[in-house]
Structure formats: C-alpha cells, structure tokens
Design a protein around this ligand. Structure first.
Ligand code: DAH
Length: 344
C-alpha cells in the first residue's frame, strides 16, 4: 500500500464517522458503532492500521501520526455522544425494564434436626457437659455386649441391626459412646454424644433407616436418680419453656437399672389432647436410667465406687412434635421449600 492510499482511507473514515456516531439512537446502537469504527476485533480503523507495516519505512511515521489523530477525533465524538445518550436513557426507559421480577435473596437455613441438636448441646454445655463422638461402623461388642445385651436376650430383638461382617454393625444407637468414653476418660464424666444411628427399617411416616440421636452420660461418685430427674426436668424447661410439665414412666433398657422414659406436656394442645400427642396430652422425649453396674464394669470402672445416669433422645422426633410435622420423611426429602422456613 502507498502512503496516499493509506491517507485516503483514513480521510474517508474521518469524514464518515461523525454522521454514524450521531445516528446512534441509544447506548446499544452506540456500542455497535464504536465497534465498527474503532473496535479492536473488526473496527475500520484497526483494519486500516494493519496496513502500516506494508508501507515504506520512511512513510510510517507520518501515517501513524495521521491515524492517531483520526482515532483521537473519533474517540472524542464517541465520548460526547455517549454522554448525551446516557443522560437521555433513564427518561426513554430503554435500559430499565421495570416489569422485570426482583431477584430473590437466598439465605442458608439450618436443618430443623440440626437446630434441635444445637439447642440441646447449648443447654447441656451450660451444665458442664462436653461432646464425645464414636464411630458409626461400630463393633457389636460396644453396640450390644458391653451394654449388657446378652447374646440370646430378647432385648436384641428391639434393634433390627445392619451387620457389616467382621463383628461390625452400623450402630443402632449412640449408647456405645458411653462405653468408649468411660474407657478413655476417668470420672467425673459429663458428656453429650450426638450422632447418626441405623436400623433395618423402611421409611414410613414415623420411621427412617437412619436418624440422629443424642446420648447423655454422667458418671461420678454419689450420682443418684435425683440428679437424673432434676437435670432432665431442667433441660425440658429450658428447651420447651419454663412452665413445661414433665413426667417419668418406668421402662426397660438392658444398660440401665432402673430405667425410665420422660414425657413432656404436649406443646401443641397444652395437654388437652390433639393429633400430635395422639390425644394423650404427653409427648415422649427420651429414654433414661441409672447406668447398669455391668456397663460400668465392662468399661473397666469399679461399680461399687461409681454410679451414673444416662439418657438417649431422638432430635427428629423432637423437631416433629415441636413443629407439628405430620411425616418424618419430610425431614429427609431435602426439599428447600420446606427447609427454607427454619432459621435460628
Ligand atoms: N439407646 C436407646 C435406644 O436407642 C436410648 C436410650 C435409652 C439411651 C435409655 C440411654 C438410656 O442412654 O439411658 O433406644
């Protein structure tokens, strides 16, 4: 290319540009014009400048200067038009769609079962309890034997167990953490053991094959059933409200003697009877009892010297009665329309 041809192309562009820029009626059109004139990909100026290298060496300086002044002029005109269009845009409404729906803000929510677990832990933490954890794939001895389930005892039928082989089971309750804790830490022991447990159950409105439990354990010298009742009643009032009534009914567990179940007055009907409490006015919250001497001995403790009490509760059950949830499966469906409703 010769210098005159190069300059002619620049002149043509410079002559053409103002009218095209002025014809841009909105910011979208302005963007198109800018790209067509000075865009780095396919702008006309870019195309012309690509011919610089083909010019004779002594012409390049002048060609470059000319090209640059055209560029500056075009950019000034573009900036000027942009300011005009931007000032006019809100009035014309072209860049705002007022009918567009607002975007929802997604906040994370805490699962209702996790909320119960967190609150229970907080209440017992105030009483000096710490957290203990154990494995979900557990040795059958910890799950049953050490907890005073004899091999052929009908109590074993209470648990439909998932066996893993090699003497391992998926733990059917969090009670094995009692034994593991006592083996590891000398009394006084005050622990809470939250975790998942497994049973050979099908999902139905009140059962799930996996669910959470919270185990509690207190072992020391001179611990009595009065400590159990006082502590668990205090817990119920802190958790369900300061006027909450509790009652203890005799029960049976192989690993406690004596054993009890604690009910609280139904919060939905205040005890008058409703579908949540099956017309009884009471909701069963937990199983508890004095730790059986055989369990203390299995963990290597002197059962003449030490006594203790324990409890186990199901936070899913608690969440269900707290919120009047009709079907336990809703807790495991991961449906955000349900889960979204729970906040601390
Ligand atoms: N492990 C029992 C179960 O899964 C619950 C339980 C009852 C735990 C009484 C305890 C207890 O610590 O004292 O059904």
């Amino acid at each position: 290319m010769s210098l005159p041809a190069f300059i002619a192309a620049l002149d043509l562009l410079a002559a053409d540009a103002p009218a095209r820029i002025g014809a841009a009626v909105d910011l979208e059109a302005w963007t198109e014009v800018r790209n067509a004139l000075v865009g780095r990909q396919s702008g006309r100026l870019t195309d012309i400048m690509a011919g610089l290298g083909a010019l004779a060496k002594e012409d390049r300086r002048e060609a470059g200067q000319r090209a640059n002044s055209v560029k500056v002029a075009i950019e000034e005109a573009l900036a000027h038009r942009h300011a005009e269009l931007a000032a006019a845009a809100p009035k014309s409404g072209s860049s705002f769609d007022l009918s567009m729906p607002a975007r929802g803000r997604w906040k994370g929510a805490v699962h209702p079962v996790s909320l119960v677990i967190d609150e229970v832990i907080e209440i017992f933490r105030e009483l000096g309890f710490t957290i203990a954890l154990g494995p979900e794939a557990e040795h059958a001895w910890y799950n049953f034997g050490a907890l005073n389930f004899p091999d052929d005892h009908p109590a074993m039928d209470l648990h439909d167990t998932l066996y893993l082989g090699d003497g391992q089971v998926l733990r059917t309750h969090t009670s094995p953490v009692q034994v593991r804790t006592l083996q590891q830490y000398p009394p006084p022991v005050r622990v809470l053991a939250p975790g998942n447990v497994y049973r050979r159950d099908f999902f139905d409105p009140s059962h799930a094959p996996m669910f959470a439990q919270i185990e509690g354990l207190v072992v020391d010298e001179g611990v009595s059933f009065a400590d159990l009742k006082a502590t668990l009643s205090h817990f119920a009032r802190r958790f369900f409200g300061s006027t909450t009534q509790t009652r203890f009914r005799p029960s049976y567990f192989p690993f406690t003697e004596p054993s009890a179940e604690m009910d609280v007055q139904c919060g939905v009907c205040s005890g008058s009877g409703c579908s949540v409490c099956k017309q009884s006015g009471w909701i069963e919250i937990l199983g508890a009892g004095m730790v059986h001497p055989a369990v203390l001995e299995a963990a290597g403790l002197d059962s003449e010297r030490f006594t203790g009490w324990a409890f186990g509760m199901g936070p899913a059950r608690t969440a269900i009665s707290r919120h009047g949830i009709p079907d336990i499966r809703i807790l495991y469906d991961a449906d955000v329309r349900f889960l979204d409703q729970f906040t601390r």
